[in-house]
Design a protein around this ligand. Structure first.
Ligand code: ATP
Length: 306
């Protein structure tokens, strides 16, 4: 028995180490986009966040020099405000969030947080200041409570519940027979796209970062789920500087400023009402989206009937 338990203990140790390694890397988003070419400068200082103002200054960027993606983009996200980026697929919207996390560096221009060029600050301090609600949330094969606590390890069970409640997922979890101890992931409960997104929102509420990036899911959610998620996102973005990468327009109506990006340049900017009045690119996108939503609703209603 002793002979058998030794290798088992050893395997347990390896398993724990692998799991720890996963946890230590702050986020799957970071794993997916890690870029070994970006290193801290020897004189890099920690980012000092005061208000959380984000500024893009004439940013130019290309993954491949032959194909420019951003061609001189400038905008500000004032402290505590929400700016939404919209535009056709491939316009470069998500690229802006990757640059803000410094997974890549602009070829020209600067990105500033509270007046500090992010190229000169320590990456760990930059990423600690920014919360990300990604398009696809990766869940660990552990309990749902563990997956929420991932936002801040020292959170108490009451804080985990409060965050889940703000993210509108507490009721769902509490109704499960094992509650917060329910295993999720490959060998446990499978969560829907909307539920996973709410877990990500709860994590972010626990982390409590001054700056928030919401990379909205591209896949269409039913309108009830979408409204619930929107309420949760509104709660989490309250009082935080928020950049929304919007793939659907229904979520940007209340943004302080909407930036329309096309082929790497800003073609329109303003709030929802102003842009509708202008009757330009945004207004055309808005009416197309409304038609698509109406068609989807009819389809869903027919499915319900069948
Ligand atoms: P969508 O709404 O479809 O998500 P987007 O506006 O967010 O689009 P980005 O993800 O910013 O678009 O991509 C902009 C362009 O850059 C796309 O044409 C894409 O193919 C290209 N691109 C994205 N990531 C890379 C990469 N790692 N290497 C090379 N090209 C890339």
């Amino acid at each position: 028995l002793v002979q058998l338990s030794m290798p088992l203990n050893f395997m347990g140790m390896i398993y724990r180490e692998i799991k720890q390694a996963l946890i230590d890397i702050d986020d799957m988003f970071q794993i997916l986009h890690r870029n070994p070419e970006i290193a801290d400068r020897p004189d890099a200082l920690p980012l000092a966040v005061s208000d959380g103002v984000v500024r893009f200054e004439n940013v130019r960027f290309a993954y491949d020099p032959a194909r420019p993606i951003l061609r001189g983009v400038s905008f500000d996200v004032p402290a505590g405000r929400t700016v939404a980026i919209v535009g056709p697929s491939g316009a470069g919207k998500s690229t802006l969030s990757r640059l803000l996390f410094r997974f890549y560096e602009p070829q020209a221009g600067r990105i500033l947080v509270d007046g500090q060029d992010i190229a000169g600050v320590r990456q760990a301090s930059l990423r600690a200041a920014i919360g990300m609600v990604p398009q696809d949330t990766v869940l660990f094969n552990d309990t749902i409570g563990y997956n929420i606590r991932y936002g801040r390890w020292d959170a108490t069970p009451a804080e985990v519940r409060a965050a889940a409640s703000l993210a509108q997922i507490d009721r769902f979890i509490s109704a499960l027979p094992e509650g917060y101890d329910t295993p999720v992931g490959e060998r446990g409960l499978k969560l829907s796209g909307g539920e996973k997104q709410r877990v990500a929102i709860a994590r972010t509420i626990l982390k409590g970062p001054p700056i928030l990036v919401l990379d909205e899911a591209t896949s269409a959610l039913d309108s009830f789920t979408e409204r619930e998620i929107q309420d949760a996102l509104d709660t989490v973005s309250q009082g935080r500087t928020t950049l929304v990468i919007a793939h659907r327009l229904s979520t940007v109506v209340n943004a302080d400023e909407i930036i329309v990006l096309d082929k790497g340049v800003i073609v329109e900017r303003g709030d929802h009402a102003t842009l509708l009045e202008q009757d330009g690119v945004y207004a055309a996108m808005w009416s197309r989206q409304r038609e698509a939503d109406a068609a989807l609703e009819i389809l869903q209603r027919n499915e319900d009937v069948v």
